[in-house]
Write a protein that binds this ligand. Sequence first.
Ligand SMILES: *Cc1c(COP(=O)(O)O)cnc(C)c1O
Length: 427
Amino acid sequence: MSKTRIETKCVQGGYTPGNGEPRQIPIIQSTTFKYATSEDMGKLFDLEADGYFYTRLQNPTNDCVAKKICELEGGTAAMLTSSGQAASFYSVFNIAGCGDHVVASATIYGGTYNLFAVTMKRMGIDFTFVNPDCTEEELNAAFKPNTKAVFGETIANPALVVLDIEKFAKAAHAHGVPLIVDNTFATPINCRPFEWGADIVTHSTTKYMDGHGAAVGGCIVDSGKFDWMAHADKFPGLCTPDDSYHGITYAERFGKEGAYITKATAQLMRDFGSIQSPQNAFILNLGLESLHVRMARHCENGLAVAKYLESNDKISWVNYPGLESNKYYELSQKYLPNGTCGVVSFGIKGGRKAAESFMKNLKIAAIETHVADARTCCLHPASATHRQMNDEELAAAGVPADLVRLSCGLENAEDLIADIEQALENV
Ligand SMILES: *Cc1c(COP(=O)(O)O)cnc(C)c1O
């Protein structure tokens, strides 16, 4: 699949059946796998042979789908996780532990912010949140001697801030650490962060990749470009022997291309077990088969709705990085020239109250905490996903209290606009 274009990879990547084998990826609904001898199985446990022994760590259905996402992102290794949250957690915890520090963009998804600022902080990992629009000097000043990674989102959910990936990659690399980018909203159809210097990509596959609101899931992809051994003092988990695997040194045995994902599978998946079910991986793959077709329509609808909102005098502001008036238009043209996403955020004159009444009046768009699936939905983050934040934190995260997030689905754009129009008239 490596020479084909991305549309072909969406449809056919990750799995090539042999003669007489199933055309669709088989769901291997089995917790365990049979071996003829104990030695055969022992080799798997020692990571000396490739194969499956227990679905808490790895499953063939998952691996086909992870391989497809790996091809879409242009990486060297990938794994599925049970959720996007698990992907974010593993991506950082695989290389940072108690006593370490991570630099993260302040506008990341609320769930990720909570995971980092509260739960991982309790595990002894310290985070510095930086304004993604900061200067290079300000960004460099956030690093400490114990910094192990930098984390950002291609298009932040729900702030819709476009990350200057090259600026973040340059700072990370100047300090000898990898850049991890959550590429959930852009998907590899609209942006491939590895082409701009990112080292690790994460996804909540729950969003556009599945695309039908059917299955929660996550994915981590490694670019295979970060040279762990060149910074061995920073990454002892990858560059010194793992006693729980008979002294294997991941970066030596599996090289730049495989060390990171092998360690995340062998250690973190073994110990935490946040594996995606093979059923969900199968559903995810059905979504991936049409990802390229759907993303184009999501972006078309998002832009049409954003333009309509911008022209309506009941709306106080519109945030959509594909609008020429948007602060991130130039960055979106650089990193996302084919479109950004289907999510538009805006404020209604009359603030919090007007927002709530508007949302109640909508007939096509449903109120959901979800985004990025075929059916249009909306949310008022200040009273739902971000309710643990105070007004200052909301502002710093780019989510003002009057913000309405509308996720444009795959319906007809004129129908969506007519629905918004009647809902606004009745506010
Ligand atoms: C939803 C989301 C997550 C978390 O993913 P889950 O699958 O809900 O656990 C992480 N990052 C972004 C950008 C998201 O939109």
